[in-house]
Ligand binder design. Structure first.
Ligand code: LLP
Length: 416
């Protein structure tokens, strides 16, 4: 995490808590979450003149939902499970936005029952399935390339999310919503994709969406008060990686919004942002135990007690991480090694190439930073490997927010 301090012994501490002690007490693999870093990130976003809706898909549990509520953020949920978790945490329903390109009837009814503040409509067919009364936004595909991995690029044309601006589908959704008096259209939404470092894509999104707002004002005589620019703000997984320039965004986007609105004679709508990764990614670190070290003629393989099931991101998105030895100083001499997982797949490679002390051995602890977002939330039980716990460190104390899954948990769903 950002707050991790290296100690002279070679150990690493988060908020004064030694990761070696965490590993001894709670076992490995474990996800560790630095609560102060999460709060600090929430506050950095809250300082902007915008509504901030944390994207729960990055990481959600009841304690996290409560923290998000305390910090005054709204919450973006994209499934009945995320909605149920938020509700169980007592998250204020009026501050929840429901997303999804294939919301089921069950989820739409649950949202109506819970009193979810806003539903983000993905397509024209969804309009007639909504249960009113309900405030809604229309998700627009703006046709913008956020220059990110293709699996997480959602702003470009020809894909499953949203209704195309250029193709006129978005206008059809708006007309359909306005024809249903029990739905109140409060704004537009777009999401360009994930792990986007540049601000220019967002500027272009503002131009296109404001032009569309102007179009709606002329055609239907309504001024929509909200403009949701989604999330996608990049974080640095490794030192030197590009990350999102939040202050640059804050300086630029409201001005572009103001300018475009004046051009069209509109009152600027209130901005909503939906960061997920930028709130939690860097607050997380995964602790692994080295199980075995294998030297081959081509390289050294360091195999750990986790892998693809707790971090599928290297395999899915070619994501790159670093790792460091924790708990002892290790040989000053470092060598390039490959850190691999324990799963029955040759592709289960956590880090293809990383410099680690040459005397690394079985029993050592490895810490992989920047694993707070899309790690626990994307974990699986592949090979029937139980999922790691989420251990929150706050104020010098460790507390499990999510306990380790057990083999009994796995058998629980298995009907004999
Ligand atoms: N809003 C909407 C509508 C989204 O679909 C997403 C992410 C976000 C906000 C938050 O995006 P963020 O700020 O976290 O980038 N599993 C992938 C990421 C997929 C994100 C999908 N939608 C990963 O591990 O990188």
């Amino acid at each position: 995490p950002d707050a991790a301090e290296a100690m002279p012994s070679g150990d690493v501490a988060v908020s004064g808590v030694s990761l070696t002690e965490v590993a001894e007490r709670f076992g490995t693999p474990s996800y560790v979450l630095d609560v102060q870093t999460v709060r600090y990130r929430c506050r950095a976003y809250r300082a902007l003149d915008a509504e901030i809706a944390y994207a729960g898909k990055a990481f959600l549990c009841r304690r996290m939902a409560r923290l998000i509520a305390e910090e005054g953020l709204s919450l973006d949920v994209c499934s009945g499970g995320e909605l149920a978790t938020a509700a169980a945490a007592g998250f204020p329903a009026e501050r929840i936005l429901l997303h999804g390109n294939a919301k089921t009837d069950l989820e739409l009814r649950a949202a109506a029952r819970a009193g979810v503040g806003r539903v983000v409509i993905d397509s024209v067919a969804e309009v007639d399935r909504l249960v009113g009364p309900q405030d809604v936004l229309v998700r627009v595909t703006p046709g913008i390339d956020g220059h990110t991995h293709r699996a997480v690029a959602t702003g470009v044309e020809d894909q499953k999310f949203g209704s195309s601006l250029a193709g006129g589908q978005a206008a059809a959704v708006v007309a359909r919503v306005l024809s249903r008096p029990e739905l109140r259209l409060v704004g537009l939404h777009c999401h360009l994709g994930s792990q986007i470092a540049g601000v220019t894509g967002y500027e272009e999104a503002v131009r296109r969406l404001v032009a569309f707002l102007a179009d709606i004002a002329v055609r239907h005589g309504v001024a929509l008060p909200q403009l949701n620019l989604g999330g996608g703000h990049a974080v640095a997984y490794r030192p030197g990686d590009a990350s999102f320039n939040l202050s640059g965004f804050a300086a630029r986007i409201p001005r572009v919004l103001g300018f475009e609105c004046r051009k069209h004679g509109l009152v600027p709508p209130r901005l909503t942002l939906e960061p997920g990764r930028a709130i939690v990614a860097r607050a997380g670190v995964t602790l692994y135990r080295v199980v075995t070290v294998k030297h081959t003629s081509t390289r050294t393989y360091v195999a750990v007690d986790g892998g693809f099931s707790d971090n599928p991101r290297p395999e899915l998105y070619d994501s790159r991480y670093t790792a460091r030895l924790v708990g002892r100083a290790g040989d000053v001499q470092k060598r390039s090694m490959r850190v691999v997982g324990r799963h029955c797949e040759a592709g289960d490679v956590l880090i293809p190439d990383v410099q680690l002390p040459s005397d690394i051995r079985a029993g050592d602890l490895l810490a992989v930073p920047c694993t707070g977002a899309y790690h626990h939330s994307m974990a699986s039980t592949y090979n029937l490997v139980p999922r790691p716990p989420v251990l929150a460190i706050d104020d010098g104390a460790v507390e499990a927010w999510i306990r380790r899954e057990t083999e009994a948990d796995l058998l629980h769903r298995d009907i004999a």
